[in-house]
Write a protein that binds this ligand. Structure first.
Ligand code: NAD
Length: 481
């Protein structure tokens, strides 16, 4: 099935429009470096247009019932299901995802939307009672009004829908800015949904972080900005949002450890790191980017991990070959990732496998394992966001916990052991928003929250907890008689 992409427009007030400036930006296929589309390069004026349309939409949208909102979300989920293959192909083309990765995403997106369709009808305030004689107090859980979502490039439609599901279910109207590198699936989703969505309830403004994202953050009419992105971007957005005392929800970077205790099975670990470290070319905020292994089984685990990682086939997902891993998103990201590896080698790290690029076109990086790294090394402490995993050894469970927690991030971690009680003790002490036991990355489920601690951000995606980001509590006090 071929995907045709050309000049795209953004989605404002229920219509597809160009930027007021008329300017466009190129969208590339990272596996080839070729231009596959042009989208509008939005401006602050475009954000103003979207905010004006959102205000208009809010006027009537706020009177919709939970049932109305549920029906809209169910209709959106059905559209995603109906066009699942097309959306997956487009995501594969724009992000460089292997087909086996891309094809799994639309069904999960549809499931998220259905979960939030149900959530729309399960919102509640906690009490309505007489706490003072002669008065009834009522708690109302209300939408915030106009909310904004700012998305990263690694899971473009996925991350946008993690924001749209709870935002629309709670009764907000929403403006989303996709990442500049990967706007195509969200724009296609908007095309599919144009007849379902009342004008201005859901809008997509394409463009750069500054000015488009920045204008959303600064606009006083917008009640919340939800960012999924880099920690540095999150800090900037939190500071800028403070000017209008805007609510902020931040899903930021990660540096997930996979902690391997001395009774774990080396073959299981080797297969686990092959997936958890290199899924989506390691461009996953929860990727197992640090393999921490008990010194008692270190040599065996490392030998098997090298063989497993070297079995990954790297290539263009657009070809018919079975590809294990695609490119990273851009030439800039490729250079950034290689820079981390070069500086680690300068600091006496050993490349166990990988390092360097693959082929002569596209933005490929070899799946890379790096050993002999100090805990305070840049490559251990900073998010690389590419197919690079460091390997460290530890002497005791306590040392493993200390090393795992000794980073500024706190998004996800895992612990592997055949003794579940021992693994649970470690899990309790890991300072991360998600901890897997004998697993890493899977499964994601709509019912469970996703969100980080420390510099990985605050707030939750998915689950009923995410509804709290998109709602506010009002106390209404009624004098009786
Ligand atoms: P990024 O921070 O560079 O960009 C994210 C978005 O922010 C983009 O849409 C960008 O245009 C926008 N932006 C940039 N500067 C801005 C500004 N000053 N004001 C407003 N918006 C601005 O991140 P990225 O490189 O697209 O994505 C990779 C990052 O996302 C990684 O750090 C990764 O860990 C993180 N991520 C986190 C999660 C999570 O759930 N915690 C999930 C996926 C990705």
């Amino acid at each position: 099935m071929s995907v045709s992409v050309a000049s795209k427009q953004m989605f404002i007030g229920g219509e597809f429009v160009d930027s007021v400036s008329g300017e466009t930006m190129e969208v590339l296929n990272p596996a080839t470096g070729e231009v596959i589309a042009r989208v509008p390069r939005g401006t602050t004026e475009d954000v103003k247009r979207a905010v004006a349309a959102a205000k208009k939409a809010w006027g009537t949208w706020q009177d919709k019932t939970p049932k109305d909102r549920m029906e809209l979300l169910l209709a959106l989920a059905a559209l995603v299901d109906e066009h699942a293959e097309e959306l997956a192909r487009l995501e594969s083309l724009n992000v460089g995802k292997p087909w086996w990765v891309a094809r799994d995403e639309p069904p999960v997106v549809a499931d998220n939307l259905r979960f939030f369709a149900g959530a729309a009808r399960n919102l509640e305030g906690k009490a309505a009672a007489e706490y003072v004689e002669g008065y009834t107090s009522i708690i109302r859980r209300e939408p915030l009004g106009i909310v904004a979502g700012i998305c990263p490039w690694n899971y473009p439609l996925f991350m946008a829908m993690w924001k749209a599901g709870p935002a629309l279910a709670a009764g907000n109207v929403q403006i989303i800015k996709p990442a500049e590198q990967t706007p195509l699936t969200l724009l296609r989703f908007a095309e599919l949904a144009q007849d379902v969505l009342p004008p201005g309830v859901f809008q997509v403004v394409t463009g750069d972080g500054v000015p488009v994202g920045d204008a959303l953050v600064r606009d006083p009419a917008i009640a919340l900005v939800s960012l999924t992105g880099d920690t540095a971007t999150g800090k900037l957005i939190a500071a800028n949002a403070a000017q209008t005392v805007k609510r902020v929800h931040l899903e930021l970077g990660g540096k997930a450890p996979m902690v391997v205790l001395d009774d774990a099975d080396p073959a299981t670990i080797a297969e686990a790191i092959k997936i958890a470290g290199f899924f989506n070319s390691g461009q996953d905020c929860t990727a197992a980017s640090r393999l921490l292994v008990s010194e008692r089984i270190y040599d065996e685990v490392v030998a098997q991990a090298i063989a497993a990682v070297e079995s990954l086939t790297v290539g263009d997902p657009g070809t018919d070959e079975e590809i294990g891993m695609g490119p990273v998103i851009s030439a800039e990201q490729q250079q950034r990732v290689l820079g981390f590896v070069e500086r680690a080698v300068d600091a006496k790290a050993t490349i166990l496998t990988g390092g360097g690029t693959v082929g002569s076109r596209g933005f490929f990086v070899k799946p890379t394992l790096v050993a002999d790294v100090q805990q305070d090394a840049e490559i251990v402490q900073s998010e690389v966001f590419g197919p690079v995993v460091t390997v460290q050894r530890f002497a005791s469970d306590d040392e493993a916990i200390a090393m795992a927690n000794d980073v500024r991030y706190g998004l996800a971690a895992s612990v592997f052991s055949q003794n579940v009680g021992r693994a649970m003790k470690v899990a309790a002490k890991l300072d991360f928003g998600t901890v897997w036991v004998n697993e890493h990355l899977y499964p994601l489920t709509s019912e469970m929250p996703h969100g980080g601690f420390k510099e990985s951000g605050y707030g939750k995606d998915m689950s009923m907890y995410s509804m709290e980001e998109y709602t506010r509590i009002k106390h209404v006090c009624v004098k009786l008689g």
